[in-house]
Design a protein around this ligand. Structure first.
Ligand code: AMP
Ligand code: MG
Length: 469
């Protein structure tokens, strides 16, 4: 594996060299062959377990990155990779560099007393969810492998341990900027911002303060697009802390995430999100808030005069809502095969969302049924019959195709993920996972085998997710 060193020379204490701790008995459990091909990863089959557990030492030293984070609104100045090692970057078949990182690979200088390990369940969740999200058309980190460690991790109850191999176009988080800004490291901040621009927004060619303002604008745009794509498929991230927000606009951290079943903007599954801070419908507000935290960190790059910097950045932050509303309206338009440009269409959308909520209709299956009903091949819920008669008049010849591309037929539902994890924990493998990966890898198809995976749970009112530890 040809690795390019990453994040060296940003700031003195940004990327700390550190080696993965070897594990007792690594065993390759999941291997993403398609992704391996895309990156020409030609590690021989018998070396994969030792390579992607961290047992095999690489020629370039691994690093653990420092970052801060607002967690549920409270600031922690020093989080960092407490259980992850970044091996370096690899190149895909389009010459784009991707970070390759092991998660659960042992303690680092950022572990703060944690064991640096990851349990098997959350590792499988990350693999299935990130690959399913990618297939749904949502920007996300990817997952190459899950290796069982052959060791027990001491959670309550004790569980099998695993190491996840994650690929991301970068691991530059809003919290990375906060980390350097908090230390007053303006040079480091500048280096990091320039690296982020080079990697993610090379079209920005401005110099001086305008360069950093343009960067802020580009990140805001990417966050708007990301949250809209989450909401299109019913994804609830669950832990949108600033350390879990990548400036590339990729989804990262599949700890307490969940998919919405029956439609309700207030849906929350995370056991620790008591206030609903990260509820389905609150995600745009939080993304906006996280962008404001990025802006704060960039102040020293904009002007020596804080007030002037803030006044230059405020219009960018304020534009979030307007950009979001435009993209959000366009999204509903696509989900309903409408242009969503006139008032009667907007009213129709609002009316549908109220009906969905009041009748506790399944989000995915209802939009799928509406789509297929254009071909006369699906039964639409009774409570939508009247509404449908008004809507159908506004559709046209293109509507089916537009809707089919916007409305998945199958999503990685919570109960299915739990079933897969529990089968894995008891049987040491999972036939269900194999079948499921095929289906969620093609979520807009009309493959008949989908039906097994389309059913909503009978009752998910008590479903809870936990931070992946
Ligand atoms: P996460 O919930 O994975 O986003 O993690 C939040 C922070 O806690 C990050 O700084 C992680 O590196 C750290 N962390 C989570 N789990 C562990 C662990 N088992 N050992 C050490 N650090 C951890
Ligand atoms: Mg995280």
């Amino acid at each position: 594996m040809k690795l390019v060193p990453r994040y060296t020379g940003i700031a003195e204490n940004f990327a700390i060299e550190d080696f993965p701790a070897s594990v007792a008995s690594p065993q390759l459990l999941l291997w993403n062959e398609g992704l391996a091909k895309q990156f020409s990863i030609n590690v021989a089959a018998d070396l994969r377990a030792s390579t992607f557990s961290g047992n095999e030492q690489q020629a370039t030293p691994a690093v653990a990155l420092g970052y801060s984070g607002h967690q549920f609104g409270h600031f922690s100045p020093r989080l960092g990779d407490g259980r992850a090692h970044l091996l370096g970057a690899i190149s895909d078949d389009e010459n784009q560099l991707w970070d390759i990182q092991l998660k659960g690979s042992g303690a680092t200088p950022y572990s703060r007393g944690g064991d640096g390990r990851c349990a098997l369940g959350p590792a499988i969740r990350e693999y299935v969810m990130s690959e399913a999200m990618h297939a749904l058309g949502v920007k996300t980190t990817r997952c190459l492998a899950v290796v069982g460690s052959g060791e027990t991790v001491y959670r309550n109850p004790p569980q099998a341990g695993a190491i996840v191999t994650r690929l991301a176009t970068s691991h530059i988080r809003v919290g990375s900027f906060q980390y350097l800004a908090t230390q007053g490291d303006i040079e480091g901040l500048k280096n990091l911002t320039n690296l982020a621009i080079e990697r993610h927004y090379p079209e920005i060619t401005d110099t001086g303060p305008q360069r950093y303002l343009a960067f802020l604008g580009a990140v805001i745009k990417s966050q708007v697009e990301l949250v809209v794509s989450w909401m299109r498929v019913g994804f609830i991230h669950g832990v949108m802390n600033t350390d879990n927000t990548l400036v590339s606009g990729e989804t990262i951290d599949y700890g307490p995430c969940a998919m919405m079943n029956s439609f309700d903007f207030d849906t929350v599954f995370s056991s620790i999100d008591k206030q609903g801070r990260y509820a389905f419908g609150n995600q745009p507000n939080i993304a906006n808030w996280n962008c404001a935290r990025l802006a704060e960190s960039l102040i020293p790059l904009i002007s020596d005069d804080d007030e002037q910097a803030v006044s230059l950045m405020t219009p960018y932050i304020n534009s979030f809502a307007e950009q979001f509303n435009a993209e959000f309206t366009a999204m509903w338009g696509k989900k309903l095969g409408l242009s969503a440009k006139n008032a009667s269409e907007s009213e129709l959308i609002a009316e549908l969302l109220t009906l969905l909520k009041d009748n506790q209709l399944d989000y995915t299956n209802t939009f799928d049924a509406l789509t297929e009903s254009l071909k006369g091949e699906a039964v639409v819920p009774e409570s939508l019959i009247e509404w449908r008669a008004k809507w159908i008049n506004l559709t046209d010849n293109n509507s089916y195709e537009v809707m089919r591309a916007a409305n998945p037929r199958v999503i990685p539902r919570n109960h299915m993920i739990e079933k897969i994890i529990s089968e894995y924990n008891t049987a040491g493998s999972s036939e269900l996972l194999k079948r499921f990966m095929k289906i969620v890898g093609n979520p807009y198809s009309d493959d008949e085998k989908l039906s097994e995976f389309q059913a909503a749970p009978i009752d998910d009112n008590d479903y809870q997710t936990f931070c992946g530890t």
